[in-house]
Each structure stands twice: as structure tokens, then as C-alpha cells.
Ligand binder design. Structure first.
Ligand code: ATP
Ligand code: MG
Length: 385
């Protein structure tokens, strides 16, 4: 669930560890923002991928914030992580549109009329006031035509509409078998709507959009989000601490970035902790201590991971941690050093850990590297075993 908080009146820690607030708390991504805006405003659908927690959802929010004052563009953000069926999917998109275009607005009026024709139960969330829609369908076919009508109505507006669907890989979990084909066939004829498909399961999304046998094959522009550049992140960190009247040495900043591998979420987490302590001076010692404190605090959840794995999987995870990432998982040297057994054993264990979202396969032109995607977990495993 992605949280977007607009209330900035209270004193907040400028290093966010969840959601997006405003440009002020967002580091760099200037080029990526420009590219994404260019793709979308020129009618290209985009698939946005990256390693976990690197800043995909944040980038979308940032792009939408940048487009806020553009009167020719409307933006809609939908997170479908918790959806389980096509019905949930329609519900989530309808709610996002109803929220974006209240009944009083000219387009809102048309859209609400359409929704009401579907005999929905509409209620409003007690806390957020957001509309909630419950639609009763007579048949499976009715669901497909509802999606089609939904897109057609949006298409009729004389504005470009950018719809970002986050955690898009979730549609693979729906029981409806032909959902990809249904969506693809409807999306391809839309001229005023562009989509950003985004998700945290890289390998699933790559397969959906680059496998010639699947409906979405080559239908979007791929955009791969990388880490934020070291010097840009260093500047951002320095500025935020200094604004909070904390002095931070250059060595301390370098250490923050090297311990967290300039991996957005982990860098934010460590800076957030340091900032929360409100020290006058941040030096190497303080950075080290805070880093170890975070690892200590997270230890319980690491131990829970162990409970979910077989002994062989756990040992394999430790091996990958000690290697700090590895390319040749079937080399004799690797198999022997960690007593993994056969090459096919190694492949099987790797597949299981990728499926459990503990390891990422990073594609480069030359070869693929496998890494543990949690920087803190990697450190803890490496040091504890
Ligand atoms: N450019 C940025 N500057 C500062 N903080 C950022 C930036 N981008 C993302 N963040 C923060 O980093 C964390 C992870 O970002 P985000 O949730 O956008 O990543 P994600 O790639 O969508 O993750 P997931 O793969 O889990 O969906 C969040 O706490 C977010 O606030
Ligand atoms: Mg995300």
C-alpha cells in the first residue's frame, strides 16, 4: 500500500522511509523524471522496473507531482497489490477514478453516471472519505465490458490521462486466465490514455513484456531504474542534516552510502535513524553504531525468514551473503566451498529463493548476478554465520 501524505505542517523527519510527500524530500531522479514524462506525454506506455525498494513508486508520485499544474494532463495512480481477481481490479481502478474526479467536476459527472448504471453500492471510507465501490456482475462477460467501458469513457475526455498501475505483476495471480489478453486488446486502441506498468517482481514483469508468447510482448517502452548517483545522494543528505542544524562530516556521508550500498530504502532508513537522534555532530562512529542498532532491531524478522526456509535454502542464502552476490552459481569452487552438492541442486535452491523474493537476479549485458535484495539481511548473515 503506497501512502501519500500531504500534511507537512508538523515537523517531519526529512528522510522518508515510506511514501512520497513532495519534491523537497525527494532526491534527484531529474533525468528519470524527464524521461518518464516524455514517454507518457508522447503516447508511449511504459514498463517501469528496478530492484525492490529502489524508488519506482516514489518516482511515479514525483512525476505526477511535476505534472500537477499541467491543465492538459490528468494522472491516476492505482496500487493493485492487494487485488485478487479481475473484479477487485475493476473496483480499484473505478475507486481511483472516482477519487480523482469528484461528482461535481464535469468529467466526474459523466463518470459517476456510468458507474451508477452498473448498480454499484457506493460508500465512503470513514477515515479518509475515499469512495468505495461494490459492483454486482451478472456474468463474466459483464466484467470485461465494464473494463472496456471504463477506458472508453476516460478516452473521451479531451485531456491526456496517465494511469499508473503499481504492482502490476499481481494480475498473474487472478483466477481469470485470459486477463493479459483482455487488457492488451483494450489498451492498444486507446489514444488519450497512457499507462505506466510498474512492479516489484522484476523477473515476472520482464517475462510479461518481453516474452514473444505473451500478449503484452513489445507493447511498452521499458524503463529500468538504477541507483541514485553517489554524489547527488551525498549532497541531499548533507543539505537535509544541515537544515536540521546537524553537522555531518564527509567521511560519515561516505560511510552511510557505502554501508547501505546507495540503495534508496536502506540509505533513507539509516539517515532517518540518525536524524531522529538529533545529534549536533554526525561522525563515523555514530554512523556505525546506528547501523548496527538497525540490524539488531531487525534481527527478529531475519530469524523469522529462517523459519520459512529449509535448512538447505538457509545455508544457500548464507553462501550468497558471504559472496556479496555471485554470477557463477554452478562453478565447482562455489559448490564445494559451501557444500551445496550438484549444479542442479544449486539452480533449484536459487530458483526457490528468487520465488520467495529473497534474492534478485540482476541482468547486465555480460552476465547475470544474483544478490540478496535486503542490504541489512546480507550484512547480518555475513557477520553472524
Ligand atoms: N528519490 C528519492 N529520494 C528520497 N527517498 C526516496 C526516493 N525514492 C524513493 N525514496 C524512498 O525510498 C523508499 C523506497 O521507495 P519506493 O517505495 O518508491 O520503492 P519501490 O521501488 O517502489 O519499492 P518496491 O519494489 O517495494 O515496490 C521509500 O521510503 C521512499 O520514500
Ligand atoms: Mg513500489
Amino acid at each position: 500500500m503506497y501512502i501519500c501524505t500531504k500534511n507537512t505542517s508538523m515537523q517531519i523527519n526529512p528522510f522518508l522511509t515510506t511514501g512520497y510527500i513532495s519534491k523537497e524530500y525527494f532526491c534527484d531522479r531529474e533525468k528519470e523524471t524527464e524521461n518518464l514524462i516524455n514517454y507518457c506525454t508522447n503516447g508511449n506506455n511504459v514498463t517501469l522496473v528496478s530492484l525492490r525498494r529502489l524508488g519506482k513508486s516514489g518516482l511515479i508520485q514525483h512525476v505526477f507531482e511535476n505534472l500537477k499544474d499541467n491543465e492538459t494532463i490528468e494522472t491516476i495512480y492505482v496500487d493493485i497489490y492487494s487485488t485478487r481477481t479481475l473484479e477487485d481490479f475493476i473496483k480499484r481502478i473505478s475507486e481511483a477514478i472516482l477519487k480523482k474526479f469528484p461528482e461535481k467536476t464535469p468529467f466526474g459527472k459523466i463518470f459517476w453516471e456510468f458507474i451508477k448504471r452498473l448498480r454499484p453500492l457506493i460508500s465512503f471510507d470513514n477515515i479518509t472519505g475515499d469512495p468505495q465501490v461494490q459492483i454486482m456482475y451478472q456474468s463474466e462477460h459483464e466484467k470485461t465490458s465494464t473494463i472496456q467501458n471504463l477506458f472508453e469513457i476516460i478516452e473521451k475526455q479531451n485531456k491526456r490521462v496517465i494511469i499508473a498501475i503499481d504492482e502490476f505483476q499481481q494480475i498473474n495471480e487472478y483466477p481469470e486466465k485470459n486477463i493479459e489478453a483482455i487488457l492488451r486488446s483494450q489498451i492498444q486502441f486507446l489514444k488519450n490514455i497512457t499507462f505506466i506498468f510498474c512492479g516489484s517482481k522484476q523477473s515476472i514483469l520482464y517475462d510479461m513484456f518481453s516474452n514473444a508468447k505473451r500478449p503484452f510482448y513489445m507493447s511498452t517502452q521499458f524503463m529500468n531504474l538504477d541507483k541514485i548517483e553517489n554524489n547527488k545522494y551525498a549532497e541531499f543528505i548533507k543539505e537535509k542534516f544541515e537544515k536540521g542544524e546537524m553537522n555531518v562530516t564527509n567521511e560519515a556521508i561516505n560511510l552511510i552510502l557505502s554501508l547501505t550500498k546507495t540503495y534508496t530504502f536502506y540509505t533513507q532508513k539509516l539517515c532517518n535513524k540518525l536524524y531522529g537522534m538529533k545529534p549536533e555532530q554526525i561522525d563515523i562512529e555514530l554512523v556505525k553504531n546506528s547501523y548496527f542498532e538497525i540490524i539488531e532491531e531487525t534481527k527478529l524478522s531475519f530469524l523469522q525468514i529462517r523459519e520459512l526456509l529449509t535448512k538447505a535454502q538457509w545455508n544457500y542464502l548464507i553462501a550468497i551473503a558471504k559472496e556479496e552476490g555471485i554470477s557463477k552459481i554452478t562453478s565447482q569452487d562455489f559448490l564445494m566451498r559451501y557444500k551445496i552438492g550438484t549444479a542442479s541442486n544449486s539452480k533449484r535452491l536459487m530458483k526457490a529463493l528468487i520465488e520467495k523474493d529473497l534474492i534478485n537476479k540482476i541482468h547486465t549485458i555480460k552476465e547475470s548476478t544474483y544478490c540478496i535484495n535486503d542490504v541489512f539481511l546480507n550484512h547480518w548473515l555475513k557477520e553472524s554465520y
